[in-house]
Unconditional design. Structure first.
Length: 132
């Protein structure tokens, strides 16, 4: 199990999301130009917002919270419909390839995976040093 508190893990994920978004923006700006970089950045911003909304909704519907509201559970699904619509609008408005927006929308997923890998590596290193 992890030694990190959930709030520290979430902070790491937020920072990794921002870092991946910045790296992707710079890469797209260098390789594809301003429009593709803007499309990636807007996708990454939506991904960051989705991560925040996921955290907020998860806390709102978690067991132990006295007043759950049905719309909060509905918002859990509705956010994906909104992301699809926003992604479509970005592609149409900027006239760019959908790949830049899709990769931007996947920034928070990449951050979660990177956080998981970093935590596994740190646990592995800690267990190796404790056995020596």
């Amino acid at each position: 199990m992890t030694d990190q508190s959930p709030s520290l893990s979430l902070l790491i994920i937020y920072r990794l999301t921002g870092a991946f978004g910045l790296i992707g923006f710079v890469w797209y700006f260098w390789a594809e130009g301003v429009r593709s970089a803007a499309a990636f950045a807007l996708g990454a911003l939506c991904s960051f917002g989705n991560l925040w909304l996921f955290d907020w909704i998860s806390r709102a519907i978690a067991p132990g919270i006295a007043s759950r509201k049905p719309w909060q559970a509905g918002a859990y699904f509705t956010r994906y419909v909104l992301l699809l619509g926003i992604g479509y609008a970005i592609v149409k408005a900027l006239g760019v390839s959908p790949l830049a927006v899709i990769l931007g929308l996947l920034v928070s997923a990449a951050a979660v995976l990177a956080s998981l890998i970093l935590e596994l590596i740190s646990q592995l290193l800690r267990s190796r040093t404790s056995h020596e």
